[in-house]
Design a protein around this ligand. Sequence first.
Ligand code: GLN
Ligand code: ZN
Length: 763
Amino acid sequence: MTVISSNLGYPRLGEHREWKHLLEHYWQHKLSDADFHTTAKQLRLANLKKEQALGIDYLPVADNSDYDHVLDTLAAFGAIPKRFGHFDQALTLSDYYAIARGTETAVAAEMTKWFNINYHYIVPEFDDVQFKLLDNRWLRYYQEAKTALGIDGKPVILGPVSFLKLGKRHGDYLDAAGVAELLPQLLPLYQQVFAELAAAGATWIQLDEPTLVKTTNPAELAPYRKALTTLHAAVPTLKIVLQTYFDSLDLYDEIVKLPVQAIGLDLVHDHGENLAHLRTSGFPADKVLAAGLIDGHNVWASDLAKKAQLVQELQTIAAPDHLWLQPANSLLHVPITTKNETQADPVLLGGLAFADQKLQELAVLTRAANHGIAAVQSAFDLNQAKLQALNNSTHRNNQSVRAAEAQLPRQTFERQAPFATRIKLQHARLNLPLLPTTTIGSFPQSHTVRAKRAAWRKGALSDADYQTFLHAETKRWIALQNKLGLDVLVHGEFERTDMVEYFGQKLTGFYATQNGWVQSYGSRGVRPPVIFGDVAYTKPITVAESVYAQSLTTKPVKGMLTAPLTIINWSFVRDDIPKAQVQNQIALALRQEVQNLEKAGIKIIQVDEPALREGLPLKQRHWQAYLAEAVYSFKITTTGVKNETQIHTHMCYSNFADIIDTIKALDADVISIETSRSHGELIAAFEQTGYDQEIGLGVYDIHSPRVPSVAEIEANIQRALRVIKPRQFWINPDCGLKTRQEPETLAALKNMVAARNAIQAQL
Ligand code: GLN
Ligand code: ZN
């Protein structure tokens, strides 16, 4: 009985980010369209050859993209927003990129998070759309692989229902009625794609319907059933694998009956529920079970012996010759290979598996299933030895960290006095005016800032010279803030590239990868740190910067930290212990940092939690546990200070109405929220539920270089003051300013202070 290995999608960026550079060179007009296409083809084929060489049986094709797969889908089906023009044939590259990046006359399409992954897709706009098949890209890439490499690929296509549900009409995501209305117009085009693939000899197509993991009510299955029934009836020779990922299927029993030939299940990020369904309900004998058993969004090597046991069990559930082994989701979301991590501790390296290593694992597991474990015994032995070495290493056995953590269940973390008492002490101490002004933390990371950091990293600039530069920049900005007349100042975060890396460099247990890039959106990659060991506080992280800034001014300077949950969400986290445990280790470390800031004379400390909302689990039933863990770790971090020390927090997303209780439970003295683009809903939520703490609702949008006028900012402040008391309200931009240019930043802040002054005078 033969087990097959199959992949769902391969990372686009390239081992040395060749794909990123290709796109960016093209945008800089350094390449012709023809040259772009030649290089893009070479990269696609190189990826396929690599997957094949790693021993994978069924290879995905058309999983590649020139930007994003949702953009590809809307471009292929002619769902192009009108402002970009009218199209009767396949888009040119420059038309395609216009949608993603905007032009002088048309704003770019919106981008949003892909499920609960740190990848961003282009949001389709289905306002007066007329679908038309402009480009059968699935056929093109199928034929390309076949002609060039003789590979009978498995084209990957975003399913019609998920495609529709991920898009908006008149500003709102499509609801069931919208899907039901548009689906009949879209299906004939999918049908044509399928028919052309079948005629070209394709055997399988991978139809991704990730929105299936969010369906809970059998009535919601109607559009999926309709789509699959139609497609299967129209093109019966093309076999469909209905691929799901990122969580379990609540409607498992119904979904496995849909008219497809294979079902892809996530057996890693499913909270054990998909496996439970397989065990209790079994699996239809006429379908292939495409078992996603390798983690597709974390970086750890699998325990092969355990996975082999799972495979043995799955063999008893699936019919003979009806089992595929796969990653749990597309490998797009992990870095490509560990082989360039030449500076990693070998003990850590042994425990890491990026995309290529994951495919190797699949090949080994497939061989084990087909030829017995003896055939791959040495690979299994090596895997056990490496995992043991990592788990037994000192990195993962820090006794004092573990002891502090073991105390936690017996501890609660609260400020010494309730907010009402604290705030009086803080007002007396800080002596701020009504409607105090401040910023969210970072100031522009100019070309010079980035160049100095790069030089320092390369060793071309000494530690001392780099420090001198950072101090000079902070000093310049303290003077600018004083001149602007801001009330609470910041040091500017010039030492940080992002919100996590700097903390990782100063805490134990973090590894900054050399080449662990993953696509965040378009050509943009991020390199999340790997949290591989126990996290301990061994030295102050930010104290020196804050103290230096405070020494330059009599106004209060805010200390600036990233909260534990955000650090976790933007990292690859060890999976040998629960995530919450790692989060609490970080919280215990940051608690010491907060206390050290206080000891050093810092009176206000901001602990940013921008990722709280975006990290919410896909299924609402898991929200409560997640939010409770977030609140607990935030309070470990922030409650170790005196009543008169003021704790601020900042969050980056405006849609908080449904978790407002959590925001209150954080018990921060001041919270600032990014709301300049959608005030209404949030203000209403605060109004309805009542909120005592102080609050800053961003009074202008920092995501654009536009300088807001005084009148416009005044109007935003007035709107908030209709429901929030003046003594509760802070005036600040809606997020950090690091991506802005200096002149526009100064102009905007000047207007912000002027608007505040005008309103203050009327109070
Ligand atoms: N303090 C951070 C900054 O200003 C906050 C950034 C964020 O919210 N994403 O850059
Ligand atoms: Zn923000």
